[in-house]
Design a binder for this molecule. Structure first.
Ligand code: NAP
Ligand code: MG
Length: 401
């Protein structure tokens, strides 16, 4: 056995819940610890630990990412009423992803993981389409009101000195609805910065789309912030890297995306990104074949799986049944974090290991050995459908070879 790969700086490791927690430990034991002298600062973000610490552990983990710059996170339960009863929680704690995102001020980038035997529904998508979703404001922080009968609805803005600005929304003759939404220049700017730097990092073209022809102030503000930042800070860098920035209307972008071969970053406003990321994930095959990274303009990176804790599989696992849960997104979360760690620390062995790990996982699938979710879609059909552990053992074997 050769020497294990050494790490200079620790990764911030955030453990999670249910089936993904089970797979997290397996990935470490079978794929990482035999090859790397793994250095992590460990935070247990399981629902029990968050409850015990009044969610302080989540804040501590985000603070740790600010110190070390790179984190890797397991999927975690965002408690609803049913989870409060199931785990006897003190409170319906907020989504850890939301808390961490708010503290790191980031944008989420999701990229499909492609294999030769799973065909995307859109045949010409031969390269991945990366999606960058703005994760603040708009309809996700709306104020709504139901109009019951005839009335005049107005938009009223009261300035610091008490002056009002008024705009008529509509003079209602009968029942209807109204909605107030907002966004912040600071948040849009950091979204734009994250997209420009990620496109540079990945060496791919950047597309951004809004509906500025209809929303002449609101959506135009997004477009103008992107445009200004591009002209002032990124144009030269993009030209040097041989990539382009392209702005178009959202409906035009949706039509064009169907005709490209992929290999681009598509930046989208919050709602568009929500809808389009589910469409892309489904079209490329599976949520378990999708990487997800939170990139902050302050230079922090957090890698995770795009899917949840796979609750139904976990209940089977608890009953002693074998599950066939796909660990690829978790493996790629680790490899993404290790590669970035290597890049920041100047330890290329880590990046090379990450590449071998990814290749081993994809190689197993391309050899026709896969978990049930993929076996349903494979073309040619799977040679062997394996359980959670068998899949990881196959990857481990390949990695050793
Ligand atoms: P989920 O964990 O994404 O799973 C939904 C379904 O998708 C599963 O039942 C399974 O379908 C399939 N699936 C997802 N990941 C898979 C994988 N790796 N391998 C095979 N199949 C996979 O969503 P959920 O069950 O609705 O949510 C469970 C918990 O996750 C919730 O408490 C939620 O709060 C949390 N969550 C966390 C995150 C995060 O931390 N990033 C994100 C989303 C949800 P079949 O049952 O048909 O096999
Ligand atoms: Mg959604």
């Amino acid at each position: 056995m050769t020497d294990k790969i050494r790490m200079k700086t620790p990764l911030v490791e955030m453990d999670g819940d249910e089936m993904t927690r089970v797979m997290w430990a397996m990935v470490k034991d079978k794929l990482l610890l035999p090859h790397i002298d793994l250095k992590t600062e460990y935070y247990d973000l399981s629902i029990e630990k968050r409850d015990e610490t009044d969610d302080q552990i989540t804040i501590d983990a985000a603070e740790a990412i600010k110190r070390y710059n790179v984190g890797v996170k397991c999927a975690t339960i965002t408690p609803n009423a049913a989870r409060v009863t199931e785990y006897g929680l003190k409170d319906q704690w907020k989504s850890p992803n939301g808390t961490i995102r708010a503290m790191l001020d980031g944008t989420i980038f999701r990229t499909p993981i492609m294999v030769t035997n799973i065909q995307p529904s859109v045949r010409n998508w031969t390269k991945p389409i990366i999606l960058g979703r703005h994760a603040y404001g708009d309809v996700y922080k709306n104020v709504e009101y139901k109009i019951k009968g005839p009335c005049k609805a107005e938009l009223v803005v009261t300035n610091e000195n008490g002056e009002d600005v008024r705009r008529t929304i509509h003079e209602f003759n009968g029942p209807g609805i109204i909605q107030g939404i907002h966004n912040l220049d600071a948040s849009i700017t950091s979204f734009a910065e994250a997209c420009f730097s990620y496109a540079l990092d990945q060496k791919v073209d950047l597309w951004f789309a809004t509906k500025d022809t209809i929303s002449k102030i609101y959506d135009s503000n997004f477009m103008e912030i992107f445009e200004k930042l591009y002209e002032e800070e990124y144009k030269d860098k993009f030209e040097a890297a041989g990539i382009t920035y392209f702005y178009t209307l959202i409906d035009d972008a949706v039509a064009r995306i169907m005709r490209v071969d992929g290999g681009l970053l598509w930046a989208l406003k919050n709602y568009d990104g929500d809808v389009m990321s589910d469409m892309l994930a489904a079209a490329f095959g599976s949520l378990a074949m999708m990487t997800s990274v939170l990139v902050s303009p302050h230079g922090y990176f957090e890698y995770e799986a795009a899917h949840g804790t796979v609750q139904k599989h976990y209940y089977k696992h608890l009953e002693g049944e074998k599950t066939s849960t796909n660990s690829v997104a978790l493996i790629f979360a680790w490899s993404g974090a290790l590669r970035k760690r290597g890049e920041l620390d100047g330890t290329p062995e880590l990046g090379a290991f990450a590449d071998r790990l990814d290749a081993a996982a994809l190689g197993v699938i391309e050899d026709g050995i896969m978990t049930g979710d993929l076996a349903k879609l494979a073309e040619p059909p799977a040679r062997k459908t394996v359980n959670t552990e068998e899949f990881l053992d196959e990857v481990a074997r390949r990695l050793e070879a």
